[in-house]
Design a binder for this molecule. Structure first.
Ligand SMILES: [Zn+2]
Length: 452
């Protein structure tokens, strides 16, 4: 019997720790999908949870972490088939645990997610906001630089480049240019090796009332010959998804009251959202073009593939123009060589700074992104015509029902038998009666028979 259990057991293969200024994560890697108990508390305040059918080879290990989020972590083989994970957090720290299923990049994991106390979060937020208000009053432009990936998510890894580290370095270099220019304040979404959810990255920029948002990345392609810089801004399709999400969100809010109006509230909200989004996208294009034209000339041996549009989640903002820069392809040997060269890196960083400066201090044109508007219109038309077709089908069915004969099901009758008796088909009978594919008729049922 024990042998049987052993083959079914999971094994803890690694324990990793990530920390940002606001939160920390402990990631426990497991060889199979774990069965985890809910978190309990010991009398002395220590928290713990159990992982069933699991083996921890070292038997017992203590990790004295002693940082603002967690004091100590202990992992212990409690019984032959159960591992208990103990942890102590300072007062006020929020702790949540998740089980993350394996995907194509990572195995099964248990994640302990720790966040600084609410009060501290609030204090920091208030302090930042009052500083930002001061900057805005002095007409200082706020730029948010977003080094992609981080922590658990390394991004692409090729030819000696790990994207998360590379873009953090690039972000720091770009910020250094802004720090020397008193007309700007640049803020990084992350300043260390930790992950930030995509929505949080743009929320940071939105909360700061940023004038521009730039996400920094390096690209990868299986075709190693592909190379060059790309500057992306929001695509109509990506924006439509976001507009729909917002409308749905507002719709739920509207449901909780409010006076009825001649035009449904969601229509007004949608029009407003679409216009705002179209205006931001119009400006994002200008920002993308300015940054691309600076980047294209920054390193003569590094070609530019121009500006492009894509539905990247991190770009779905209606608050400020947003772009995503891919500095080159790590999968291409020539690009990788250039990206690793310090002189080239400073030139690329300077180009991003200059492009943003050109945009923020230049004349930003007002207007609406017409391709987005026509995309929205086409999507609306498609929806309306689908609704019309559905309505027509319903009407036709109603008319057929009125003309239909009725049949009372008797013992031993089958749907196919009835169909052949009335010289019609099973499919037509099912359609008319609204039966599902698997529907079974019973004795005594009255069924509608299509008229010829
Ligand atoms: Zn990336």
């Amino acid at each position: 019997m024990p042998a049987l259990f052993a083959s079914e057991s999971g094994r803890i293969t690694d324990i990793r720790f990530w920390q940002s200024p606001e939160e920390a994560q402990i990631v426990v890697d497991i060889s199979t999908a774990p069965r985890v108990s809910s978190v309990s508390r010991l009398k002395d305040g220590t928290l713990f949870f159990d992982v069933e059918q699991c083996v921890f080879r070292p038997g017992k290990q203590r990790y004295p972490l002693n940082n603002p989020f967690i004091e100590i972590l202990t992992v212990q083989q409690k019984t032959s088939s159960m591992v208990r994970v103990f942890f102590r957090v300072p007062e006020g720290v929020e702790a949540r645990t998740y089980v993350l299923p394996k995907n194509d990049r990572k195995g099964d994991r248990i994640v302990i997610f720790l966040r600084e106390p609410q009060a501290t979060q609030q204090q920091k937020r208030t302090a930042t906001l009052s500083e930002i208000r001061k900057l805005k009053a002095e007409n200082i432009k706020i730029v948010v630089l977003d080094p992609g990936h981080g922590g658990e998510d390394p991004g692409t890894q090729n030819n000696g480049i790990v994207e998360k580290n590379y873009v953090l370095n690039m972000g720091t270099l770009v910020k250094a240019y802004f720090d020397r220019d008193p007309r700007f304040k640049a803020i990084l979404t992350r300043s260390g090796d930790y992950i930030i959810p995509l929505e949080r990255r743009r929320e940071i920029a939105e909360q700061l009332g940023a004038d521009a948002f730039v996400s920094l990345h390096a690209n990868y392609n299986r075709k190693k010959a592909i190379r060059g810089i790309e500057v992306y801004y929001e695509s109509p399709k990506g924006a439509v998804g976001e507009a729909e999400r917002l409308v749905a969100e507002m719709e739920n809010m509207v449901d909780f009251g409010g006076a009825p109006s001649a035009i449904p509230a969601t229509e007004l909200v949608k029009k407003d959202i679409v216009e705002k989004q179209a205006n931001i996208m119009f400006k994002s294009r200008q920002l993308a073009e300015k940054v691309e034209s600076r980047l294209a000339g920054a390193v003569t041996t590094l070609p530019s593939r121009g500006t492009k549009r894509a539905g990247f989640k991190v770009l779905h903002s209606m608050a400020m123009p947003s772009i995503l820069v891919e500095f080159g392809y790590t999968s291409n040997l020539a690009d990788a060589g250039i990206l690793k060269n310090y002189t080239c890196r400073t030139r690329l960083a300077q180009a991003v700074y200059l492009g943003l400066r050109d945009f923020l201090l230049g004349n930003i044109e007002e207007g609406l992104d017409t391709s987005y508007l026509s995309y929205i219109q086409a999507a609306d038309e498609r929806k309306k015509s689908l609704a019309r077709a559905h309505e027509a089908r319903k009407k036709k069915l109603e008319a057929e029902k009125k003309k239909a004969k009725k049949h009372l099901v008797k013992n031993g009758e089958t749907l196919s038998g009835i169909a052949s008796k009335y010289k019609t088909t099973v499919t037509r009978i099912k359609q008319l009666n609204g039966y599902s594919k698997k529907h079974v008729i019973k004795i005594g049922d009255t069924i509608l028979i299509p008229a010829k």
